[in-house]
Design a protein around this ligand. Structure first.
Ligand SMILES: O=C(O)CCC(=O)C(=O)O
Length: 276
């Protein structure tokens, strides 16, 4: 294989960073965005909240767009449906947290939304690593970021989490699913983004307050995982519009899953990404 096609002009990384380490390249971005404590909490407890990563104007527009596109309680494949979803997915704070949690070169897995009216019951306790057998690996595979356009309160049906359950590295059993021992509510302001790793046991509380809870659920995944949603039909258009970051998110900028065979020009970059 020639140098040109194996990407040998990249430095060759030999060490894999530990799961809670922030890479040298990412550290200035994390500091600039004030996310160091979020990284610590996500790595240790399995969840964190990024306070209002965008303007109130964006949050209001985003909520209205979700309501328009998801009149019946929910929707999916939203990335291709309106630029507001791209703006949320590519928000600098979310992208930085995703790189920290699911590694350089991570993919977009899903862009869905839920609209929960008053009286909505809770969903069952689960870990989002639903297509991964236990024991879960030390490095996180899946990061779920829930954009809480209305904020979260327990009475309002906030996401329920069991801090530290991420460290058990397995799915909850039936008894644990019923008991929900150690559960707390994530409480946050409108426009904040609650996020958790694929190991964390979570559900939500019943919604007792009036009105609706409108949330966009964005999932990022490590580059070796299969995404939930398949944007192949939209990839060319989205990459032309949004460039290299979109290309990475849709798995078009690495060695893998290429319709013409492995993209060897991306080999070293992809192997290096797996270590960061
Ligand atoms: O709706 C919620 O609060 C929790 C959602 C959830 O379980 C998920 O997105 O994985």
């Amino acid at each position: 294989m020639s140098e040109a096609i194996s990407g040998q002009n990249e430095p060759n990384y030999f060490d894999t960073l530990p799961p809670d380490a922030i890479s040298e390249e990412l550290a200035p971005v994390i500091d600039e965005l004030g996310l160091r404590e979020n990284c610590r909490q996500l790595a240790m407890e399995g969840w964190t909240v990024v306070q209002k990563p965008a303007s109130d104007e964006f949050n209001a527009r985003f909520r209205a767009k979700i309501k328009e596109l998801c009149p019946k309680g929910g929707g999916n494949m939203l990335l291709a449906k309106d630029p507001a979803f791209v703006e949320a997915v590519m928000n600098p704070s979310l992208m930085a947290m995703a790189e920290f949690s699911v590694g350089r070169g991570f993919l977009l897995s899903q862009v869905a939304a839920s609209v929960r009216p008053s009286g909505s019951d809770s969903i069952g306790l689960h870990a989002d690593n639903n297509w991964l057998p236990a024991p879960f690996p030390a490095h996180n595979m899946l990061l779920t970021a829930c954009w809480a356009t209305d904020g979260y309160t327990r009475e309002g049906g906030a996401t329920l989490v069991i801090p530290g359950s991420n460290n058990l590295r397995r799915h909850p059993n039936e008894k644990e699913t019923v008991e929900k021992a150690g559960a707390i509510a994530i409480e946050c302001e409108p426009g904040s983004v609650a996020m958790w790793d694929g190991n964390l046991w979570h559900a939500n509380w019943p919604r007792k307050t009036e009105g609706e809870r409108v949330v966009c659920h964005i999932t990022y995944t490590r580059l070796m995982m299969r995404p939930v949603e398949n944007y192949h039909a939209h990839a060319e258009e989205l990459v032309a519009e949004y460039g290299e970051t979109m290309s990475q998110l849709l798995g078009q900028n690495d060695l893998l899953d290429s319709p013409t065979g492995a993209r060897y020009a991306k080999l070293r970059q992809t192997f290096n990404n797996a270590k960061r």
